[in-house]
Design a binder for this molecule. Sequence first.
Ligand code: GDP
Ligand code: MG
Length: 150
Amino acid sequence: MERTFIMVKPDGVQRNIVGDVVTRFEKKGFQLVGAKLMNVSEDLAKEHYKEHKEKPFFGELVDFITSSPVFAMVWEGENAVTVARKMLGKTNPAEAEVGTIRGDYGLQVAKNVVHGSDSNESATREISLFFNESELVNYTKLINDWVYEG
Ligand code: GDP
Ligand code: MG
């Protein structure tokens, strides 16, 4: 089983899309491992997005992600990283397929509603940036027998 880090960004929280994002991941069959509403500090924002620090939009991105609360989550399931990225849709909501979260709820790349880890390495890094081990819950859901084969 894989884990991935999913975050409803400030625009998604302000626009009341948190519930829909949670519902989509629940209905897909993923299991919630941790979740919290939080403010992102400037240090955390810069660390989280450090791969983009040379990009022209970096300052704008850090300002945006620290501007208002985010809803941070860890979801677990088979191929969680890849499947979650498909559920999010392309980075630019204008190009994201209808039916994806960004495709259904966004119009511009700077306000694309959600973040999702792009690899297992990113997921491990991002989960440990946003969550303490004690905030992640291990448990068994009997419904998984109806989600997975054998
Ligand atoms: P992601 O992995 O799909 O989120 O996309 P990237 O890792 O390429 O970019 C990280 C985030 O930076 C995106 O989700 C956008 O919110 C933001 N971003 C990307 N390109 C631009 C841009 O041209 N302008 C602004 N303002 N933000 C951008
Ligand atoms: Mg990325």
